[in-house]
Design a protein around this ligand. Structure first.
Ligand SMILES: [Zn+2]
Length: 66
């Protein structure tokens, strides 16, 4: 159990909070990969740009040229 270390992840496309169990696309050095906060609790502390998977698919992918 961690206390007080929960950091909300926000989508760089729509600005909304990404839920713990929501599929998340992380863009690091032009490389996109799919994960979630549930799978990687330290995701918010890691480098990279975070998107809802659906937001990334809907438009963010084009914006970054991925
Ligand atoms: Zn989003």
């Amino acid at each position: 159990m961690q206390n007080g270390t929960t950091r909300a992840l926000r989508c760089a496309h729509c600005g909304e909070v990404i839920g713990v169990y929501e599929p998340t696309t992380v863009l690091v050095a032009h490389l996109a990969r799919e994960t979630s906060l549930a799978a990687e609790p330290t995701l918010a502390q890691q480098a990279g740009t975070h998107f809802h998977r659906d937001c990334f698919a809907a438009g963010a992918a084009q914006a970054v040229g991925a």
